[in-house]
Design a protein around this ligand. Structure first.
Ligand code: MEV
Length: 450
């Protein structure tokens, strides 16, 4: 307990960055000097850029680096993209690239925007007469729109704004509980700030309206705005990405015929539609691709994840987000996924690398970005299932794992080449690779490892 007390601090946020680092290094690490140097070594060399990064969060000490890679040759709606991906898991970028290449001579990926509507809610309790409120609701609606017209002016100019306001009576779920359910079009921005500003203003207008409108005269002034916030569940901000080709054109897979491959592949998707244990892993593979592009464009990956998983459970059971059909000799594989992303606003343009990612993608609209992200998710899923129903995933994963270990051992080109050949037929583990490298460095015979 004494030690914990020593480690707590007051006014930490007011310390300078160097003092924060000093306090952390001295209180939590065995080698404070080394830790201080290490934290500082990850600062951006350009102080202005570092200032921008520091501004995104609080109590920042340093930067946490993740690999920034690209998957080239993505043909999406007949346009070729080089897609930036931020991900720490080996094989993901390689898998996306190989699926992109696979589909590039089979028509590529096609996408369709099914909707772009976003949702926000004002949750309130009230003991008034709902039939009276319903009667004057058109008047309230007008007032809500009027009171937020200064907030929506720019968005309306861009073709967006508030689409609809519904009054929901939810007393059957919770006593006195009502909701304003509001739908929005936020064009190229994800729109969280826009939506929340409108909703908070709605809360004020609603309270005032219920307290002062003559229709409620003589009634208790008993409205309580519980909260006003966007919903990250956006089932109507939905995109479909798909690929298709004649089954025969799928080709052979390591000795497996196209027909056998297609039917095993479809079975794998069906299993993920009926079994939540498999569906979770299957969808995780989809999000390997989705999150990587969402991160590279500084979109909100937590929002995308929570929405995607809620959507996967929309019929009451968690299911695969992708689907497959084999009809009339045609292999079709598609993914429907809600993606509330932006290409303006938020960090998308403030983060220097996200800005470059968007430039690399040709400065897409939010709709175009939805299609790109969904295609990468589908590509990732295709690559994972392709490995799973043919060779298994460990072959590819172990190759990457081997390269990581060799990197860690600072293996030179010659050692790496020998190791790659040797571990084609031998089991990769940290100790087996270390023993192998040590033995060739010591000029000893290569260990026999099974
Ligand atoms: C690993 O990150 C993702 C996979 O497990 C996805 C899947 O099983 O479909 C390979």
């Amino acid at each position: 307990m004494g030690q914990d007390k020593q480690k707590s601090v007051r006014g930490f946020s007011k310390l300078s960055k160097t003092d924060k680092i000093r306090w952390i290094a001295e209180n939590f690490f065995k080698e404070p000097e080394l830790v201080k140097k290490e934290l500082i070594s990850f600062w951006h060399p350009n102080a202005d850029q570092q200032k921008i990064l520091d501004g995104f969060s609080e109590n920042t000490l340093s930067n946490f680096m993740l690999p920034y890679g690209v998957a080239p040759n993505f043909i999406i709606n007949d346009k070729t993209y080089c897609v930036p991906m931020v991900i720490e898991e080996s094989s993901v970028v390689a898998a996306a690239s190989s699926a992109a290449k696979f589909w590039s001579n089979k028509g590529g990926f096609k996408t369709e925007i099914i909707g772009t509507t976003k949702i926000g809610q004002v949750h309130f309790t009230w003991q008034g007469d709902i039939s009276k409120l319903r009667k004057v609701f058109p008047e309230l609606k007008e007032k809500l729109l009027e009171d937020t017209s200064h907030i929506t002016a720019n968005m309306r100019k861009r073709g967006g704004g508030i689409l609809d306001i519904e009054l929901l009576d939810l007393n059957h779920l919770e006593t006195d509980y009502f909701q304003l359910k509001v739908s929005f079009e936020t064009c190229d921005s994800m729109g969280a700030n826009f939506i929340n500003s409108n909703l908070e203003a709605f809360g004020k207008t609603l309270s005032q309206f219920l307290a002062t409108h003559p229709v409620f005269e003589g009634e208790e002034k008993n409205v309580t705005i519980i909260m006003a916030i966007l919903s990250n569940f956006t089932p109507d901000c939905l995109v479909r990405a798909s690929v298709e080709c004649p089954i025969a054109e799928l080709g052979d897979f390591e000795g497996m015929s196209a027909n056998v491959f297609a039917s095993k592949f479809k079975k794998a998707v069906t299993i993920a539609r009926i079994d939540p244990y498999r569906a979770t892993t299957h969808n995780k593979g989809i999000f390997n691709g989705i999150d990587a592009v969402v991160l590279a464009t500084a979109n909100d990956f937590r929002a995308i994840e929570s929405c995607g998983h809620a959507y996967a459970s929309k019929d009451g059971q968690y299911r695969s987000l992708s689907q497959c059909s084999l009809e009339n000799g045609i292999f079709k594989f598609w993914l429907d996924i809600p993606l509330a992303v932006g290409t303006v606003g938020g960090l998308t343009r403030l983060h220097p690398m996200a800005n470059r990612s968007l430039e690399m993608l040709g400065n897409p609209t939010a709709r175009e970005l939805m299609g790109i992200i969904a295609s990468v998710g589908l590509a990732q899923n295709f690559a994972a299932l392709k490995s799973l129903v043919t060779t298994g995933i460990q072959k590819g994963h172990m190759k990457m794992h081997l390269l990581n270990i060799l990197n860690h051992m600072e293996a030179n080109e010659n050692e790496t080449a020998q190791a790659v050949i040797y571990f084609e037929k031998n089991m990769v583990s940290f100790s087996s690779v270390r023993d192998f490298i040590v033995s060739i460095r010591e000029n000893k015979t290569i260990p026999t490892i099974k």
